[in-house]
Design a protein around this ligand. Structure first.
Ligand SMILES: CC(C)(COP(=O)(O)OP(=O)(O)OC[C@H]1O[C@@H](n2cnc3c(N)ncnc32)[C@H](O)[C@@H]1OP(=O)(O)O)[C@@H](O)C(=O)NCCC(=O)NCCS
Length: 162
């Protein structure tokens, strides 16, 4: 298994393979979501030895605050940013092989290198496997009721210490 960043518009074999996985995992709305506060968007994918994409993760880098209709978070003159994971999934026949953890760890390392203050994602209550994986990585959990779902919430991992 190999992890690679993929430019979805590039027309390469990697991009084609990831496009198919996006549809299989029904992640397209989350892969294509665009907002004015997004500074960068990146898709990471896991590939099996013979080529097919077996896992994907999309994150955006954005200032902390605007996606929650809040003010920017400015500390000592710096606008704090975060990596917000918007899409994440492993092909069902490749689950429980460490692919999800590897994708998350790569995203966390890239977010740290980019100077992000935190990594954050939302997970609905039904995604218990994702919750377990996030707790295993050390994420904090902020529960939030959303549309009658009272088991979901935000997972947040702080990255920097001042
Ligand atoms: C969540 C998901 C991406 C995990 O992918 P994965 O490649 O299977 O994850 P890993 O193999 O790296 O699992 C790492 C750890 O997470 C936990 N975990 C993963 N799947 C689990 C499950 N079904 N039940 C309980 N714990 C689970 C375990 O702690 C696991 O470690 P272990 O296998 O050593 O016990 C995958 O289950 C998936 O695609 N789910 C559907 C889509 C989804 O939920 N996306 C997130 C939406 S918010």
């Amino acid at each position: 298994m190999e992890l690679r960043a993929v430019d979805l518009g590039s027309g390469t074999a990697d991009a084609q393979a990831v496009q198919e996985l996006i549809d299989e995992l029904e992640q397209r709305p989350w892969v294509e979501l665009a907002a004015e506060w997004h500074l960068e968007s990146r898709v990471l994918a896991a590939f099996a030895e013979q080529g097919p994409a077996v896992g994907l993760l999309r994150y955006v880098i954005q200032p902390i605050g605007p996606d929650q209709s809040c003010q920017l978070s400015i500390i000592d003159g710096d606008t704090l940013t975060e990596a917000r994971i918007l899409a994440f999934g492993t092909r069902p026949d490749h689950r429980r092989q460490g692919i999800g953890l590897a994708l998350q760890r790569r995203a966390i390392a890239e977010a740290r290198a980019a100077g992000c203050w935190q990594v954050r994602s939302h997970s609905a209550g039904g995604y218990r496997a994702n919750h377990r994986l996030k707790f295993r990585l050390g994420f904090a959990f902020q529960p939030e009721v959303r549309g009658g779902d009272d088991r979901g919430g935000y997972f947040i991992l702080p990255l920097q210490h001042r």
